[in-house]
Write a protein that binds this ligand. Structure first.
Ligand code: ZN
Length: 113
């Protein structure tokens, strides 16, 4: 499953961070997930258990902050919200939209000991 390997990657990143910053336990994880990241939030939630088993994050609370997709229309120049990377501008209906945000998948912050 795509989301499981993504989650394992995030967990690995946090474990490396733990070595540098010397924390041993994570209680709460906040992830930012853009609507255009190509990730299913429910699948990500489901992957959190197996991906964190036996790590310093086991049993931590996962919070997912969903971010809308946004971009700038290449025809009319409006800043618009889009559902997919390939949506045409909802304002003028003609322009391609250059995506400016909504593709992120990252750890926003952690509560740790
Ligand atoms: Zn437009």
């Amino acid at each position: 499953m795509h989301e499981l390997s993504l989650m394992e990657g995030l967990v690995q990143g946090i474990q490396e961070e733990a070595l540098h910053q010397k924390f041993t336990r994570v209680h709460h994880v906040r992830l930012e997930v853009g609507r255009l990241a190509g990730v299913e939030v429910e699948a990500l939630r489901f992957a959190f258990g197996p991906a964190t088993e036996g790590t310093l994050m086991e049993g931590a609370h996962l919070e997912i902050l969903e971010r809308p997709g946004q971009g700038v229309c290449q025809a009319c120049g409006q800043e618009v919200e889009v559902e997919t990377r390939f949506d045409l501008c909802p304002v003028c209906g003609e322009g391609f939209v250059a995506i400016t945000s909504g593709t992120e998948l990252r750890v926003k912050d952690l509560d740790v000991d």
